[in-house]
Ligand binder design. Structure first.
Ligand SMILES: Nc1ncnc2c1ncn2[C@@H]1O[C@H](COP(=O)(O)OP(=O)(O)OP(=O)(O)O)[C@@H](O)[C@H]1O
Ligand SMILES: [Mg+2]
Length: 368
């Protein structure tokens, strides 16, 4: 399980394993003006044909580089709000007055061009309260930028780890609310999108939060359409983030909806423990969260030791036990033993209502 050496530490890419050519061979070659054409054609062919949940809500629009330079005051350092593998993220204000987050692709690798197209296509077709909204994109010359709704509380990662002095840790109810919303976003991708979408990059850095800590999944550049017909999996190059990748996917490149469930289990474990999926500042053996948690998961009497010390014991113990039980199921080595996202949503919703003391909407589901 600890053997993920084929995947780089922080983000995306990139295994040296290529199982069967993969959809990414030749990636980066289709850049230039045909990109925008491809996006437009695909959107046009889909518009009006959506099957309910997939139908376009508000189409992503094309911005000029000038629009976005104006919005960010020439990409001023003071407007820089983050940076990831794709590039830098700036806060900006559009002419309409709308505040947005603008992600600028860095030009270090060709991989990003492929991700750019996938991101625009996916987010143009998929709309759900727990998925981030894409306002538009820019393909001026060599520039590739994405314009998203601005999420004022940043990412879940920002609220779980390395807190600033004086920053309040997330309380238990908020953690459950974030778990439920993230699960609903994933349920939409797995069960309501047609064909299903495998997200492939579920991690706390990609769960963005609004002012009320409602979570939204972001970064769809790695997403894949799921298997159709009798196929049980999609074969692909191993991409993802070290610490979140399902073991069978890391080893064989066989991607299924259950790969996302494993990653979701890692995020749940982060929410419960306040520990990072991978923390290289910890001693050997404790660096990988899943490996570290295994002995605790084997003995229910040790469950309470998994709770984030920053919670200071402020959680209903039964809910903690159930949350850990759900997490353990998501982290099963055998993908078939992992639950379906629909069942996880029901179970977490029940826990969230229990935690906040309101009436449960549903009975305790079987998977508990
Ligand atoms: N829509 C947004 N609203 C507000 N902040 C955002 C938004 N999108 C990204 N950010 C901020 O920018 C940071 C970098 O995001 P980005 O998605 O580029 O990288 P990442 O997810 O941290 O890492 P990776 O490249 O591995 O996915 C996020 O952690 C978040 O703080
Ligand atoms: Mg991200």
């Amino acid at each position: 399980m600890g053997c993920f050496s084929c995947i780089l530490f922080r983000r995306k890419d990139v295994s040296k394993i290529e199982v069967d050519g993969g959809a990414r061979s030749g990636s980066g070659k289709r850049r230039g003006s045909c990109e925008e054409d491809a996006i437009e054609k695909r959107r046009a062919s889909k518009s009006g044909k959506g099957k309910g949940s997939n139908s376009a809500k508000s189409a992503a629009r094309s911005f000029t580089f000038r629009d976005l330079a104006t919005a960010t005051r020439n990409f001023k350092e003071v407007n820089l709000i983050g940076e990831g593998g794709f590039g830098r993220v700036y806060k900006g204000r559009l002419e309409t007055g709308e505040v947005v987050a603008i992600k600028q692709l860095n030009h270090d690798g060709l991989q990003g061009f492929q991700e750019f197209i996938v991101e625009v296509l996916m987010l143009s077709l998929l709309h759900h309260p727990n998925l981030v909204t894409l306002h538009g994109y820019c393909t001026d010359g060599d520039q590739r930028l994405l314009v998203y709704e601005y999420m004022p509380m940043g990412s879940l990662e920002d609220h779980l780890f390395d807190l600033d002095p004086g920053q309040a840790p997330l309380d238990w109810n908020t953690r459950m609310k974030i778990a439920v919303g993230s699960a609903k976003g994933l349920e939409y991708l797995h069960c309501k999108a047609n064909p299903p979408v495998i997200y492939r990059d579920l991690k706390s850095a990609n769960i963005l939060l609004d002012n009320d800590f409602n979570p939204k999944l972001s970064d769809f550049g790695l997403a894949k359409l799921g298997p159709v017909g009798d196929n049980t999996h999609v074969s692909t190059r191993v991409m993802g983030t070290y610490g979140y990748c399902a073991p069978e996917y890391a080893m064989s490149g066989k991607l299924t909806l259950k790969s996302d469930i494993y990653s979701f289990g890692v995020v749940l474990m982060e929410l419960i423990t306040g520990r990072k999926a991978i923390d290289t500042t910890r001693k050997q053996g404790d660096q990988n969260l899943v490996v570290w948690s295994r002995p605790f998961l084997r003995d229910r009497r040790k469950f309470v030791q998994l709770a984030d010390p920053l919670l200071e014991g402020q959680f209903p113990i039964r809910c903690l036990h159930h949350a850990i039980a759900i997490t353990a199921m998501c982290l099963q080595d055998q993908p078939t033993f992992r639950p379906l996202i629909g069942d996880i949503v029901v179970a977490l919703e029940y826990l969230a209502t229990q935690s906040s003391g309101t009436e449960p909407r549903k009975q305790v589901p079987d998977i508990l």
